[in-house]
Design a protein around this ligand. Structure first.
Ligand code: ADP
Ligand code: MG
Length: 567
């Protein structure tokens, strides 16, 4: 037709498609999960838009997802009556990857398909998974509120180009027709389809209707169709825990988080009190590639009495828990709640404090677990999210002690970069007479482990925490005390290790100090103003001298950090 135009995919989309088909082939039925997940999101968005404009739902108020197949045409069709897309929406959302950092991410790919396939998992799978089983996909969509002739048809063979044309569509929403590849006929079957839907999409809160050929009593095909609701069609988080299987929790996570790996752990609770709400919050298995990008989407969806209100409700959790994904469904907030209202709402503060408690409780359970599985999960959590979690010490004053208890560090005990020592472990190993928790900060593990300030501690067998993450300076300046023990940088102030020295050592030290007096005076005179003081030190065993900062001064490392930031 005249209005048909051909457009090219973004270069990254081609690459993504190729890798996805390659790495997901053994799990190809997930295309159905992804398309149903999008249909469900589209229904959520429509329900939300209809709060402000009820006419959007008019004529067709029952939100549903239809799945059907045609043996002769060899097609599977997924149709929804959700929000739909305009021509601009289609160009923007189908054919482009909107995530920030995409370009940088793709530059990192090695070209080795197997290695890259692992990385691609961080991206979520999404709409393109249709091309695992289809060699042509036709998507016809009409935005809610637009006229029938404002619909648009998108079609592609997944090979780098797509066409767009204006068409007419009687109802709102999106219909996706998959023209199956050679050899994919297994999906032209009602049992196979119904099984896949039950396995992956049972948690979807609107009905998924499977159209299937009607049979007579003897099982003979009639030339008629019947429609079966395949899923339970109730929001998963509203069901009681006992009625939800591990697999259902996991599939729901993949839907809300747009992730393809199962989560590491979750917390699900109905909270009653000043605020009534249900939370279902997950900790992922793996950090996303853009975890440090402050612009990235946050992971919490907010619902009010089962109605979806918004994605990325960043007010519901503090920044240091930004890796958490899931759903909060409030009973008390108004339906017209907006991001601006959330900004300074006391109700949201209460929900947020409750959610933080749940996540910290979940982490306490993993960390304190008697079982290997729990311990392993905590190790995974720490290796993926530890550096972000540590921000909590400076950010969340009310929970500081609890967060500190969960933190893990490298130390001179194992002398490896693995962060596995808790402050409680450290305190339990403190020497007689030791009353402080010692640490050193540096900008790499190697620099921390080789710091000359450690010599005396190694000699005396006193453990020192080795802090080398960027966030550690902030952590150390916010956490001055834990469980009644002061945290002390080994590179600051006088060490006051007298309690750890025996009588003979003390006498020796005194004699050395007297001997060195003339040397000190000389050094002081020649360095003059540039230093504050020259002292005899007992903290070194091999190096002749070192620089120390005042107790209250910035450490050398922080000073360098601030300089590099232009301060
Ligand atoms: P994601 O769901 O993670 O955003 P997808 O690749 O699955 O990524 O979908 C891309 C986008 O395309 C969606 O965010 C949405 O804007 C749009 N989209 C996909 N399917 C539908 C649909 N059935 N109805 C409306 N919009 C859709
Ligand atoms: Mg999706």
């Amino acid at each position: 037709s005249v209005n048909k135009e051909t457009l090219g995919f973004q270069a990254e989309v081609k690459q993504l498609l190729k890798l996805m088909i390659h790495s997901l082939y053994s799990n190809k039925e997930i295309f159905l999960r992804e398309l149903i997940s999008n249909a469900s999101d589209a229904a959520d968005k429509l329900r939300f838009a209809a709060i402000a404009d009820g006419s959007l739902l008019a004529n067709d108020p029952e939100l549903q997802i239809h799945v059907s197949f045609d043996k002769d045409a060899r097609t599977v069709t997924i149709a929804d009556n959700g929000i739909g897309m305009s021509r601009e929406d289609v160009i923007q959302h189908i054919g482009t990857i909107a995530k920030s950092g995409t370009r940088e991410f793709f530059e990192k790919l090695s070209g080795d398909e197997r290695k890259d396939a692992n990385l691609i998992g961080q991206f979520g799978v999404g709409f393109y998974s249709a091309f695992i089983v289809a060699d042509r996909v036709t998507l016809t969509t009409r935005r809610a509120g637009s006229t029938a002739d404002a619909a648009v048809r998108w079609e592609s063979a997944g090979d780098g180009e797509y066409t767009l044309e204006n068409v007419s569509k009687p109802g709102r929403g999106t219909e996706i027709v998959l023209h199956l590849r050679e050899g994919e006929d297994e999906f032209l079957n009602e049992w196979r389809l119904s099984n896949v839907i039950k396995t992956y999409s049972d948690h979807i809160s609107l009905p998924i209707l499977l159209h299937k050929p009607k049979r007579d009593d003897k099982g003979e095909l009639l030339n008629e169709e019947e429609i079966e609701t395949v899923n339970q069609a109730s929001a998963l988080w509203t069901r009681s825990k006992a009625d939800i299987s591990k697999e259902q929790y996991e599939e729901f996570y993949k839907h809300v988080a747009h992730d393809w790996e199962a989560p590491l752990a979750w917390s699900h609770a109905k909270v009653e009190g000043r605020q009534e709400y249900t939370e279902l919050l997950y900790i992922p298995q793996r950090a996303p590639f853009d975890l440090y990008d402050r612009e990235r989407r946050q992971g919490i969806k907010l619902y009010v009495r089962r109605v979806f209100i918004m994605d990325d409700a960043e007010k519901l959790l503090p920044q240091y828990l930004r890796f958490v994904k899931g759903v909060v469904d409030s009973n008390d907030l108004p339906l017209n709640v907006s991001r601006e209202i959330l900004q300074d709402s006391k109700d949201i503060d209460a929900i947020r404090a409750g959610c933080v408690k749940k996540i910290l409780g979940l982490l306490d359970d993993l960390a304190g677990s008697e079982e290997d599985e729990g311990k392993e999960k905590f190790r995974t959590f720490w290796s993926q999210f530890g550096t972000v979690f540590k921000e909590g010490i400076g950010e969340d004053f009310a929970n500081k002690e609890r967060i500190a208890k969960l933190c893990r560090f490298a130390s001179t005990l194992a002398n490896t970069a693995e962060q596995s020592v808790s402050l409680d472990d450290y305190i339990a190993r403190m020497k007689d007479g030791q009353d402080k928790i010692y640490y050193v900060t540096a900008d790499s593990f190697a620099a921390a482990a080789n710091s000359p300030h450690l010599e005396i501690f190694r000699k005396k067998g006193v453990e020192v925490l080795l802090l080398s993450d960027r966030v550690d300076e902030w952590l150390a300046s916010s956490l001055t005390e834990y469980n009644g023990k002061k945290l002390q940088s080994v590179s600051k102030g006088s060490l006051d290790m007298d309690a750890l020295a025996d009588e003979a050592e003390k006498a020796e030290q005194k004699a050395a100090e007297d001997d060195l007096k003339p040397v000190l005076e000389k050094v002081q005179a020649s360095l003059g103003e540039r230093i504050k003081e020259v002292r005899v030190t007992h903290r070194l065993t091999d190096s002749p001298s070192c620089l120390v900062a005042d107790d209250h001064a910035m450490s050398g490392h922080l000073e360098r950090l601030l300089k590099s930031a232009g301060q």
